[in-house]
Design a protein around this ligand. Structure first.
Ligand code: NAP
Ligand code: F7E
Length: 332
């Protein structure tokens, strides 16, 4: 049997690193697409770097994508690359649309041009639900995005559905709710909190500034969610699936739990900062993943408490070991 080949865009990101590990364990040949940078962005994939092939291409550059597909000839493509931080999408709205929205069309066009039998996974998001009045949210819930990021992702979702219906491509859209890990970027709230807890515990800071403490999210573990991406591409027919834990927690609960893990009282350290609040907020997300459970046989394994404690422990360890990356500034 021929060895399966997978191409991952966004290989240097959180999900890219977990998906690369997952596919390597299943015997895949993994090609990772990275954009050229003057500094080394490969910290998250250092441990598998010798086992994968890295190629330069950019979602902004159509011919680089066509060339990459011709050269690597993947059976499956996982499109994880995007500008993924919601606040940046207000500051760089047009660039976000270029990467996160039109970038998906560029990749789908490259598939059509090079090999329409390639199976395609699009990283869609619960941010597409935005201002929703239905709880929990499923594949049937109407979309109402609340940021340029959410709007761009909604385009990516619909163009994936459209290319499936127009050209018969095996194209799936995974509507994933927030998923986190010790490899999460430090600007996202879970990691910002667990990193902040570790700094405070190690005497490097006393306060942690946060925005909206009342926002509620359905937070799962990234390691569990990459399995769902793969399962979608192993079905007989392409479809779209919500991936979530079904539980929702507030940022306040997250802070309470994370500080308590380190023996600290969150109320003595957290400062609510109006400047960190968003122009338009997504107040409450809670997913209904019953379709994925029924059709894919997918189940989340790591619960909220276990996830946050895993992240706090990893950050405490990092600072205790004096890891150089531990000292990087937090952006927000
Ligand atoms: P992440 O850590 O921010 O990684 C994003 C990746 O995209 C990085 O590898 C980045 O490369 C790459 N990228 C950005 N612009 C690019 C471009 N123009 N060309 C090529 N690569 C580019 O994101 P993540 O948390 O792993 O999420 C993976 C995907 O799932 C994203 O599309 C995100 O929007 C989506 N998503 C995430 C969640 C979540 O909770 N994590 C939930 C739903 C959907 P550099 O290293 O060069 O910056
Ligand atoms: O914010 C609130 C903030 O930045 C979560 C991305 O992966 O998941 C992520 O998007 C909530 C929001 O994630 C701070 O207002 C309070 O309500 O961790 P976040 P996000 O915006 O939900 C989705 C599914 C994606 O697709 C995205 O790519 O936390 N919050 N205080 C804060 N958020 C941040 N970042 N920083 C704060 O200080």
């Amino acid at each position: 049997m021929t060895q399966r080949r997978a191409l991952i865009t966004g290989i240097t990101g959180q999900d890219g690193s977990y998906l690369a590990e997952f596919l390597l364990q299943r015997g895949y040949q993994v090609v990772g697409m990275a954009r050229r940078a003057s500094t080394d962005p490969f910290e998250r994939i250092e441990h598998v770097r010798g086992l994968i092939t890295l190629r330069n291409a950019d979602l902004l550059d159509q011919s680089s994508l066509i060339h990459l597909l011709k050269e690597s000839r993947p059976h499956e493509i996982y499109n994880l690359a995007s500008q993924s931080f919601v606040p940046t999408s207000w500051e760089q709205a047009v660039l976000t649309a270029e990467f996160t929205a039109v970038g998906v069309t560029r990749l789908l066009e490259a598939i059509r041009f090079v090999d329409p039998s390639i199976k395609f996974y699009q990283a869609s998001t619960s941010e597409m639900f935005g201002k929703t009045h239905e709880v929990p949210q499923s594949e049937r819930t109407p979309f109402y995005p609340r940021s340029p990021y959410g709007v761009a992702k909604l385009y990516g979702h619909w163009i994936t559905v459209n290319y499936r219906e127009s050209y018969g491509l095996f194209a799936c859209s995974g509507i994933l709710f927030n998923h986190e890990s010790p490899r999460r970027g430090r600007e996202f709230v879970t990691r910002k909190v667990t990193d902040g807890v570790a700094r405070i515990k190690h005497g490097m800071a006393t306060k942690l500034r946060l925005g909206n403490l009342d926002a509620r999210r359905d937070w799962g573990y990234a390691g569990d969610y990459v399995e769902a991406m793969w399962l979608m591409l192993q079905q007989d027919t392409p479809d779209d699936y919500v991936i979530a834990t079904g539980e929702t927690h507030s940022v306040r609960e997250l802070a309470e739990l994370a500080f308590a893990r380190a023996g600290l009282d969150w109320r003595q350290h957290v400062v609510e900062d109006q400047d960190l609040k968003r122009p338009a907020e997504v107040d409450l997300l809670q997913g209904d993943a019953s379709k994925a459970k029924r059709v894919l046989g997918w189940q989340p394994k790591v619960g909220f408490r276990e996830l946050i404690e895993m992240m706090v422990d990893a950050d405490l360890k990092r600072y205790a070991e004096g890891s150089p990356a531990a000292g990087l500034p937090v952006e927000r």
